[in-house]
Design a protein around this ligand. Structure first.
Ligand code: ATP
Length: 360
């Protein structure tokens, strides 16, 4: 099912300001849409409006072009999975999963088929007669998913469903969720503040800050073409290096004088239009060249982290500005030494310092 938000806004009663404003978004049928953003930016509020658990102050919410603003939550054909699995502790896994169908007074045989099919898919058939307290956190999360699945909703809404799991299990469940989504094809809207979850699971990411959408699109667009400085800093680990400076003679010059970077042929026109203006240059840590090139930067490596397949070098310019550089793990670098790195013209991100908006 397609979910469309048109100029949606939310103002909570008793609050002076809108929590969300001018939210325009189209989530296509079968999309796995991840709503991403820092704590308090309004992700849960948005999800709850789609679920019908929060009222909509302004704008329109459409499911397949039908206006849903006033349709009660139970009639929206959605299923929600929460961070706290919210299972009934006194019921077995089976009864927890069957609950919504039992309430709907479905036939026993229909319920049994639905529960067993979901259990099979989630690989929890062996636990159907256990109580939630007797299974692991990961299994409980699967039960919560199963309970949502048996209803065969048109849209899955998930609010940080993996945040109570340990790192290893979270990684595992990420892949399981993607597999499940491929099998079922149900439109899913997933809220998280974890950029890795967004980058790995989403067919579409919506990055929010302070009640506004900063960028919406495919994961690779966020990596390759961050729309503004907020997006550039939010996506990517280590965080993108940002240098303040200006455009002089068509090239970027950092304020401290230690970095000079000429735009690629493709970026030249856009950058030249900023001649004499304040510009911020972004370079991802893995985009420095380990061989010196036409334009270079010399840094002092003060800390090195060895992660196996890569090394993260924490370095400083003579001005004191930190630059984080990642290099392949097998290359030889040492702490407390100076090193030269090349600047790759094809990997430069230019932003208008005043507005934060991308230039190239
Ligand atoms: P988190 O990741 O911390 O859950 P979030 O991005 O999901 O954050 P929301 O929970 O949607 O953010 O909250 C957005 C803003 O709306 C916050 O400032 C919050 O205090 C406010 N807010 C949320 N619920 C209510 C409410 N019922 N009444 C008034 N203000 C609220």
């Amino acid at each position: 099912m397609k979910v469309t938000l048109q100029n949606i806004g939310k103002k909570y009663e008793g609050r002076e300001e809108f929590t969300l404003r001018n939210i325009d978004l189209e989530i296509e049928d079968k999309d796995f849409c991840v709503i991403l953003g820092p704590s308090g930016c309004g992700k849960t509020t948005l999800l709850r409006m789609i679920a019908g658990l929060n009222s909509i102050t302004e704008g329109d919410l459409l499911f397949n072009d039908k206006r849903m603003n006033k349709v009660p939550s139970k009639d929206r054909d959605i299923a929600m999975v929460f961070q706290s699995y919210a299972l009934y502790p006194h019921m077995t896994v089976y009864d927890n999963m069957a609950f919504s169908l039992t309430m709907r007074k479905e036939r026993k045989s229909v319920i049994d088929k639905a529960v067993r099919e979901a259990a099979e898919l989630l690989q929890i058939t062996n636990y159907l007669h256990s109580k939630p307290s007797d299974i692991s956190g990961g299994q409980r999360q699967r039960v919560a998913l199963g309970r949502a699945m048996v209803r065969r909703p048109k849209v899955f809404l998930m609010d940080e469903p993996l945040s109570n799991l340990d790192a290893k299990l979270r990684e595992h469940m990420r892949v399981e969720l993607v597999r499940l989504h491929k099998q079922l094809g149900t439109t899913s809207i997933y809220v998280t503040h974890d950029q890795t979850e967004a980058m790995t699971m989403a067919t579409k990411i919506v990055l929010m800050n302070a009640g506004k959408i900063q960028q919406a699109g495919k994961p690779e667009e966020f990596y390759n073409q961050p729309a503004n400085l907020f997006v550039a800093r939010f996506i990517g680990s280590p965080t993108m290096n940002i240098f303040e400076g200006e455009i002089r003679g068509g090239s970027f010059q950092s304020t401290d004088g230690f970095i000079k970077a000429s735009p690629s042929e493709a970026d030249r026109k856009a950058v030249e239009a900023y001649e004499g203006k304040k510009v911020s240059l972004g370079i991802r840590s893995e985009r420095f060249l380990t061989e010196p090139s036409e334009e270079n930067v010399e840094v002092e490596i003060d800390v090195m982290e060895m992660l196996g397949k890569e090394k993260i070098l924490y370095t400083q310019l003579p001005s004191g500005q930190e630059i984080i550089i990642s290099v392949p793990g097998h290359l030889d670098f040492k702490e407390n030494t100076k090193s030269k790195f090349g600047i790759d013209q094809g990997s430069l991100h230019f932003f208008d310092t005043e507005t934060g908006i991308r230039i190239n």
